[in-house]
Design a protein around this ligand. Structure first.
Ligand SMILES: Cc1cc2nc3c(=O)[nH]c(=O)nc-3n(C[C@H](O)[C@H](O)[C@H](O)COP(=O)(O)OP(=O)(O)OC[C@H]3O[C@@H](n4cnc5c(N)ncnc54)[C@H](O)[C@@H]3O)c2cc1C
Length: 403
């Protein structure tokens, strides 16, 4: 039986799925017993009568009391951000026994997995061991190496088959925690929701990292931070960065007949997985790519509409390119996280066991929990599994029902 366009290698697992059970895209080995415990625990989660319809903002403003809202609309889990982390968070909750009407996924763009759709080149191989992370899955969701299309289909099917309610094109503005009561009120541009637990999975790619030097405004069209907004072919392109994305961008651009140079500030690629490093080095060996190791760009000059790149090192004279593509990763959305009360430890959010923040019942998962190295899809899946264990243990179990 085929599972919504998933490649055959996943069929074995799916075939064993009992009819009517939520989809289990792929289980990793050796975790059945632990998952069973979580399911049993969460199956005892105290259920409250609920209505899934949101309360429109105007009703809130017209004086609905906290009590009225509380009685009607209490989600067990509200997830913000529908990327790999947010989707797997909702799926993990379903598999732990939380009813679908008690879970809400809110995404600010009009579709799920926006970062993958925007930043992954179409022909990209999505690698399971991205950034050298071990490709070992601890939770319900797992991927092998897949195409971009297969990866997005996998996430799409996971939402549909698990009955996850997702609100798209909706942005969260404010989150209030109610004193010592385990309850949050979440305000968006379209409604107000009550929930016991919140998982934030908005990633770090909303604002791609930009260079410190100024980009002349007239060059804007020639400076890119992804490869999906503009099709580039037969051009001279400078890629800036030294991680997996930089290597993949080079490979993609070379396939499209571009002359590619990579500028990296370090002397060797320590952050790439083996496949990407070897592919890039092979391209350089065949003179299909030029690598400027140990090069630091100091400024860009507008040379008749094209970027002229100046380097700090005298060994790299100024050079004109048709396009520059930056692959510098993204930034933790400090302002949003601080606004909702999350404390930081230096540059990173301070996280406790199960990726819980200082705000009890509020969790950060996916790239937001991965630290300065950044995350991967399997990291995102695993972080959701780690979080659901803590959520079930501390928040969703009716402790009175336990023996
Ligand atoms: C070019 C590139 C190539 C990569 N290749 C690989 C690879 O081959 N293999 C791999 O494992 N990993 C890869 N990664 C990394 C991987 O994409 C990320 O680690 C993963 O997407 C993180 O998932 P996430 O759910 O935490 O965040 P994201 O995927 O960034 O998802 C966040 C979601 O939240 C939404 N959102 C943002 N702000 C808000 C808000 N305020 N309210 C509501 N929704 C919001 C976004 O629109 C988005 O849909 C790559 C990354 C890049 C940039």
């Amino acid at each position: 039986m085929k599972y919504g366009g998933l490649p055959d290698r996943n069929e074995q697992v799916l075939r064993n799925r009992p009819s009517g059970a939520p989809a289990r895209p792929r289980l990793s080995s050796g975790r059945g017993a632990r998952l069973h415990v979580i399911r049993v625990l969460c199956a005892r989660c105290k259920e409250e009568g609920g209505d899934r319809n949101r309360v429109p903002v105007w009703k809130y403003e017209m004086g609905f009391t906290d009590h009225e809202l509380k009685g009607n609309l209490m989600y067990d889990l509200l997830v913000i951000g529908a990327g790999p982390a947010g989707i797997s968070m909702a799926v993990e909750a379903r598999h732990a026994g939380v009813k679908s009407e008690k879970i809400l996924l809110i995404e600010k763009t009009s579709e799920h997995s926006f970062s993958l759709k925007k930043y992954y080149p179409d022909s990209k191989l999505v690698t399971a061991n991205y950034k050298g992370f071990e490709a070992v899955c601890t939770g319900v969701m797992c991927i092998p190496d897949l195409t971009k299309h297969e990866t997005i289909t996998y996430l799409d099917v996971a939402i549909k088959e698990n009955g996850i309610a997702a609100h798209y094109s909706e942005t969260v503005h404010r989150i209030d925690k109610h004193g010592h009561e385990q309850r949050f009120t979440v305000y968006t541009d379209r409604g107000v929701y009550e929930t016991r637990v919140i998982a934030i999975s908005i990633g770090i790619l909303g604002k791609p990292n930009k260079p410190e030097y100024r980009i002349p405004p007239l060059l804007k069209e020639r400076i890119l931070f992804d490869l999906t907004t503009k099709e580039i072919g037969g051009s001279k392109v400078l890629v800036v960065g030294g991680g997996d994305s930089a290597s993949e961008y080079c490979q993609y651009l070379i396939q499209r007949g571009n002359l590619v140079t990579l500028s990296y500030r370090k002397r060797e690629f320590a952050r790439m997985n083996d496949i990407n490093r070897q592919s890039l080095l092979a391209l350089a060996e065949r003179s299909q790519a030029v690598i400027y190791y140990g090069s630091n760009i100091t400024r860009l000059v507008d040379a008749h509409g094209k970027p002229e790149v100046h380097f700090a090192e005298p060994g790299f004279p100024p050079e004109i390119f048709d396009y520059i593509v930056y692959a510098l990763g993204g930034t933790t959305p400090h302002n949003f996280l601080k606004m909702i009360g999350i404390e930081f430890n230096g540059d990173e959010p301070a996280l406790k066991e199960g990726h819980e923040t200082n705000v009890a019942g509020m969790f950060l998962i996916g790239d937001l929990s991965a630290g300065p190295k950044g995350g991967s899809i399997i990291w995102a899946f695993n972080s959701a599994n780690t979080a659901i264990r803590k959520i079930c243990q501390d928040y969703l179990v009716d402790k009175r029902a336990l023996p």
